[in-house]
Design a protein around this ligand. Structure first.
Ligand SMILES: Cc1cc2nc3c(=O)[nH]c(=O)nc-3n(C[C@H](O)[C@H](O)[C@H](O)COP(=O)(O)OP(=O)(O)OC[C@H]3O[C@@H](n4cnc5c(N)ncnc54)[C@H](O)[C@@H]3O)c2cc1C
Length: 355
């Protein structure tokens, strides 16, 4: 089960399981699968990508050049090989996380704490409390046993990005207030995820996958599960085009693979999620609390689907209406007064996508 502390007086229990990915095991499994399928590796940094009409090539920092029918760029958000024709106005998720051995902790071992929006721990820290009331952060906690817990203080989305030091200070204040004494930090992580912003130009000669392809969920920052689900779809399209019977190359190939990753419906749905991000950016602590209170009040089909990018555009429209219906009066006022600009932008983008 999952817990959400909306504020100091209200807690929600959700019937939804979460797990933590073991990165080493996942990577090993994926690499083994590559090896058993005859993938060849060349370890180097890519410097340059060149395109001819029917094939492309990469030049590596060791001078090695590799020719290919299709280059798939999985080099992350900072890639310089994928092109955009609009300015990249990301929001950012920033978080500080630790896997820690602790003397004790107050979390139920059978529950994951998805969001703790309480702020009573900042009672003696007026500056931190004021900052948190404007750009809130929440605690995310996954207990593994009574002495081992993963803790992460997260700013869901901010623009400009909230300072990492600020996030850390808030986490220290929170742990102190909860009486959690850290004995040993086993792993720590600084999380900075660009979210939303425009999609890359579609199509283009380099195919993108992962962070550089716009797959990151603009309202939650999730990407890993989504990429794993879409990878076989994309691979299927590539095999279809490059297989010996079809021999689709050049522009038709690029069009086909980009459209497989980003068919029109999925692009429209992403516009909606980006609207979600723009809305979250406008909410302060109280607005955010009311928003999530109404969100988790929805039929689970909708909020499960929203968090895991499984809803159609029609279902997202139903979700919005239902969310508005479940919202408190102050939240309704927030949505009506703060969201017209993002709403108009989304409608404009949807209209352009249709053209
Ligand atoms: C601390 C943290 C926690 C997170 N938690 C979650 C979570 O719970 N759920 C979730 O879905 N997402 C999470 N994310 C986000 C997720 O990890 C990223 O969205 C994801 O890693 C992006 O994957 P990627 O493969 O596109 O890029 P990256 O993981 O950045 O990998 C890119 C790779 O390409 C290599 N590379 C870069 N340039 C070149 C080049 N020129 N030549 C050759 N290689 C190059 C890099 O060295 C790197 O190995 C988290 C991120 C962080 C930092």
């Amino acid at each position: 089960m999952t817990t959400v502390h909306v504020n100091d007086h209200k807690t929600r229990y959700l019937d939804r399981p979460y797990g933590r990915v073991n990165r080493n095991k996942l990577k090993t499994k994926l690499m083994e699968s590559c090896v058993s399928n005859g993938v060849k590796f060349h370890k180097a940094r890519v410097w340059k990508v060149n395109h001819e009409e029917f094939d492309s090539s990469i030049v590596c920092d060791d001078g090695y050049e590799i020719k290919a029918s299709l280059i798939v760029d999985a080099s992350g958000f900072g890639s310089t090989f994928v092109e955009y024709d609009k300015s990249r106005n990301h929001g950012y998720q920033i978080a500080h996380g630790i896997l820690a051995e602790v003397e004790s902790h107050p979390f139920d071992l059978d529950k994951m704490l998805l969001m703790d929006w309480r702020d009573s721990h900042l009672g003696n820290e007026p500056e931190l409390r004021f900052g948190n009331s404007k750009t809130p952060t929440f605690l995310y906690a996954m207990p593994f046993d009574s002495n081992l817990v993963f803790l992460e203080e997260t700013s869901l989305v901010s623009r400009p990005v909230l300072s990492y030091m600020e996030v850390k200070k808030r986490m220290v204040a929170r742990l102190r207030h909860m009486g959690i004494r850290v004995k040993r930090v086993l792993e720590d992580e600084k999380c900075l995820i660009p979210m939303g912003g425009p999609l890359p130009r579609i199509p283009q000669s380099v195919m993108a996958v992962g962070g550089t392809s716009g797959i990151v969920h603009p309202s939650t920052g999730y990407m890993v599960a989504r990429t794993m689900a879409l990878a076989p779809v994309l691979a299927g399209a590539i095999v279809d085009c490059l297989g010996s019977t079809r021999m689709v190359r050049g522009r038709p190939l690029h069009r086909r693979v980009w459209n497989e990753l980003w068919p029109l419906e999925r692009r429209r749905v992403r516009e909606f999620y980006s609207f979600g991000m723009e809305t979250l950016l406008k909410l302060d602590l109280n607005g955010t609390r009311s928003f999530f209170d109404a969100f988790f009040d929805l039929n689970p089909y909708y909020w499960h689907g929203f968090l895991s990018s499984r809803l159609s555009l029609g279902e997202l429209a139903m979700l919005s209406l239902s969310l508005f219906g479940h919202a408190s009066n102050s939240s309704k006022l927030d949505l009506v007064t703060k969201c017209p600009v993002p709403l108009v932008k989304m409608m404009g983008h949807l209209a352009l996508e249709t053209i």
